[in-house]
Design a protein around this ligand. Structure first.
Ligand SMILES: C[S@@+](CC[C@H](N)C(=O)[O-])C[C@H]1O[C@@H](n2cnc3c(N)ncnc32)[C@H](O)[C@@H]1O
Length: 237
C-alpha cells in the first residue's frame, strides 16, 4: 500500500472505531429499517448454502454474517473487519445469539486477507468495498480466497437514475442524513463521509468491469429500492 492508501485506511478505521457504539442503531434508523431487507436479498443470492463456507469481509457488527448463518443451520461463516471496535460489537452479537460455533469473528484486512487461495464457497461484502483504500486490491483478494465456481455477493449503495428520485435522495443523503447521523453519533464527519464516498464510487457499469478484472464472470447487478442500493453477484472463473 502506498502512503495515500495507508492514510485513507487509517482514517476509515478510526472513523468506524468512533461510531461503532452507535452503528447498528443509526444504520436501521437512517435507512428506516430497509438495510435488513437489503441484506436478506443479498443472502438469497446464494442458491444453496447447505454445508457451505462463506467469508464475509468488512463484516462490521456482523449483521450480514448473522443473517447468512440464520438462513441455514449448516453454513459456516468467517467474518472479518479491520476496525477492532466493530469486531468487538460483532462478536458480542454473535455470542448473544449463540452462533459462535458457526460464525468466527476476527480482525482482518480486505487488502491482505490472511486465508489461503480458493478455500471459501462464497464471499460477501455489505457496504464495505466503497471504503477500501484500494478497491481493486480488495476485490482481487476477495476473489483469490473464493473457490472456482464459488459466488461473490456484494451489496453497495448506488445513485438512482430517475431524476426526481435522485433529487430527493441527494437532499436526504447530503443534508438530512449527515445532520441526524452527526447529532446521534457525535461524529458528524462520518456521516458527511458516507454520501461523499457513495458519489465517488464507480457507477454499476464501471464497477462490473472492475469485477471482471478481479477474476469473476457471470456478473449481474440488481438495483434495489429505486436504485439507491444494489447487489452485484459474480462467479469465480
Ligand atoms: C459501512 S460498514 C459495513 C459493515 C457491515 N458489513 C454492514 O453491512 O453493516 C463498512 C465496514 O468496512 C470496514 N472496512 C473498510 N475497509 C476495510 C478493509 N480494508 N478491511 C476490512 N474491513 C474494512 C469498516 O471497518 C466498516 O466496519
Amino acid at each position: 500500500m502506498n502512503v495515500t492508501s495507508e492514510s485513507k485506511a487509517d482514517a476509515v478505521r478510526e472513523m468506524f472505531n468512533g461510531i461503532a457504539h452507535r452503528y447498528d442503531f443509526l444504520n436501521h434508523f437512517l435507512s428506516l429499517g430497509i438495510d435488513t431487507i437489503w441484506r436478506k436479498r443479498a443472502v438469497a443470492c446464494f442458491d444453496d448454502l447447505v454445508g457451505k463456507s462463506v467469508f464475509d469481509i468488512a463484516c462490521g457488527t456482523c449483521d450480514l454474517a448473522i443473517q447468512i448463518a440464520e438462513s441455514d443451520s449448516t453454513v459456516k461463516v468467517s467474518a472479518e473487519d479491520f476496525s477492532p471496535e466493530m469486531v468487538i460489537r460483532g462478536q458480542e452479537k454473535v455470542t448473544a445469539l449463540n452462533l459462535q460455533g458457526r460464525i468466527t469473528v476476527k480482525a482482518g484486512d480486505a487488502l491482505n486477507i490472511s486465508h489461503p487461495d480458493e478455500i471459501f464457497d462464497g464471499v460477501t461484502c455489505a457496504f464495505g468495498v466503497r471504503n477500501f483504500a484500494e478497491l481493486e486490491t480488495g476485490l482481487k483478494e476477495m476473489s483469490r480466497v473464493l473457490k472456482p465456481a464459488g459466488r461473490m455477493v456484494i451489496l453497495e449503495f448506488t445513485t438512482p437514475e430517475n431524476r426526481v428520485i435522485a433529487a430527493i435522495y441527494k437532499f436526504y443523503f447530503t443534508r438530512a442524513l449527515p445532520f441526524m447521523g452527526g447529532l446521534i453519533s457525535g461524529k458528524p464527519q462520518a456521516y458527511s463521509y458516507l454520501p461523499e464516498s457513495v458519489y465517488a464510487f464507480p457507477r454499476p457499469e464501471k464497477f462490473i468491469s472492475i469485477l471482471e478484472n478481479s477474476g469473476l464472470s457471470h456478473i449481474k447487478f440488481t438495483p434495489l429500492t429505486f436504485g439507491i442500493c444494489g447487489i452485484y453477484t459474480g462467479v469465480k472463473k
